[in-house]
Design a binder for this molecule. Structure first.
Ligand SMILES: Cc1cc2nc3c(=O)[nH]c(=O)nc-3n(C[C@H](O)[C@H](O)[C@H](O)COP(=O)(O)O)c2cc1C
Length: 418
């Protein structure tokens, strides 16, 4: 059975679209209804919702509680970009009744509601059933708009002659009967070329992934800092790979000079404290956290307000204080379903054992550890070799380009989410 999208605009005949929705649902189709604001002055959304068993949508900014699914479809795990989802999945779209106003918008290509946006974007056969007073139907503009739509391949179900809503008035303007409209929908479905199977949804579609990258800088004075050699390459490789898997990516970049492709939200930070604040505010809304940044463990106590002068200083002693453990702090706040992955650069010895200790202390799901005693991998290098340590088991990802390592890490993230 087909997925049918019914658009209802503001006119007396809107009551007939309730019957259309009922007939289409009874015929076994999955029906979703879009209304204009004015349509709801004539009919109530609750009636359509009761008949179709699915929420009615209005504005293009409103989230779809059914996540773009038609009755009979499984509800997707993640919310799609809802102003396009219903149009994309429709097998046929009908606007009934099409008011003079909505007809003009459809012809002009307006996108100011879910109805007009869906009509513009759907690839499915489109049917329009105008309903209006006879003089409005005969008006030059209405005729020109109807001709424009017809030229674009839209099926126009011309209004019929007969008694109009205005008392005592007759003329051409009556919307075609719901049975006739449904017959036109069935005919359009029968002659439409078979749709290509919907592409498999991307594995991280709609998943919000927060990634930190780069290395923090802790001020000594206004011009000097204590930093580290992290370039941000690993974090950026993760951001690119996660976005390619459909994720909504936010990258918190600490002193990263490398660019990121469009579509990835980038938040710039400098110090560990700034990174903690940025990560803290984005954390609640993320599903996956990948803490790839090298965050300072210590910072100078009280950075000097003015540049420190060498002359007459007799040397400089720095006192360093501990910074906050960002990941451990977030681990305490985690909500069920969130996946938290830490990164650790360890120097030789039993680096995997030390990483496992951190995993347990910080209450996270996995820790990606590399041995920075090997100069060929890790900081500033295009390549990396890591061990992904999880609560149960560990996986060695042999030396490879950071893009390849990123894919291996995201495979594990997907497994941890399932
Ligand atoms: C009682 C009443 C009945 C109306 N009937 C119709 C109609 O049958 N067809 C039409 O095109 N407009 C009709 N209108 C005017 C539309 O509701 C108006 O143009 C509105 O802006 C349409 O908005 P929409 O296209 O966004 O739904 C009627 C208005 C009123 C007050």
């Amino acid at each position: 059975m087909a997925r049918i999208l019914i658009g209802v605009s503001g006119g007396i005949a809107a009551y007939k679209s309730i019957e259309l929705a009922r007939l289409a649902t009874q015929a076994g189709h999955g029906v979703r209804v879009l209304v204009t604001a004015n349509a709801e002055r004539f009919v109530g959304a609750a009636t359509f919702e009761g008949i179709t068993g699915a929420p009615v949508l209005r504005g293009e900014f409103d989230p779809d509680p059914a996540r773009g699914a038609y009755p009979g479809d499984p509800t997707p795990e993640h919310a799609p970009i809802s102003h396009l989802a219903l149009a994309e999945r429709a097998d046929a779209m009908v606007v009934a009744p099409a008011s003079v106003n909505t007809l003009a918008k459809l012809a002009a290509g307006f996108c100011d509601s879910m109805l007009t946006t869906s009509f513009l974007t759907t690839r499915a056969p489109r049917i329009v059933a105008p309903a209006m007073n006879g003089r409005m139907w005969e008006a030059d503009a209405t005729q020109a708009n109807t001709a424009t739509l017809r030229e674009r391949g839209v099926t126009i179900l011309e209004p019929a002659e007969g008694a109009l809503a205005s008392r005592g008035e007759r003329g051409r303007g009556r919307m075609q009967e719901p049975t006739e409209i449904l017959a036109a929908i069935e005919a359009a479905l029968a002659s439409a070329p078979p749709r290509e199977p919907a592409p498999e949804p991307l594995p991280l579609a709609g998943v919000r992934v927060l990634i930190t990258a780069g290395g923090t800088r802790e001020a000594i004075d206004p011009v000097r800092f204590i930093g580290n050699r992290s370039s941000g390459r690993m974090g950026i490789a993760l951001a690119i790979a996660a976005a390619a898997r459909g994720a909504e990516v936010t990258l918190i970049a600490a002193n990263v000079t490398l660019p990121v492709p469009p579509g990835i939200e980038r938040v710039e930070v400098t110090s560990a404290a700034e990174l903690a604040t940025a990560a803290g505010s984005a954390f609640e809304n993320c599903d996956v956290l990948l803490m790839a940044a090298a965050v300072a463990d210590f910072r100078p106590t009280g950075a000097a307000g003015d540049k420190l002068a060498r002359e007459g200083s007799g040397g400089l002693e720095l006192h360093l204080e501990e910074t906050e453990d960002v990941l451990a702090g977030l681990g305490v706040r985690r909500r069920p379903g969130q996946v938290l992955v830490g990164f650790a650069a360890e120097h030789g010895g039993d680096f995997v054992g030390r990483a496992r200790g951190k995993l347990e202390r910080k209450g996270i799901d996995a820790i990606v550890v590399n041995d920075v005693s090997d100069a060929a991998i890790g900081f500033e290098s295009e390549e990396n070799e890591v061990t992904i340590v999880e609560r149960e088991g560990e996986l060695l990802v042999p030396r490879a380009d950071k893009a390849v390592v990123a894919e291996a890490i995201l495979d594990r993230v997907e497994a941890l989410r399932s």
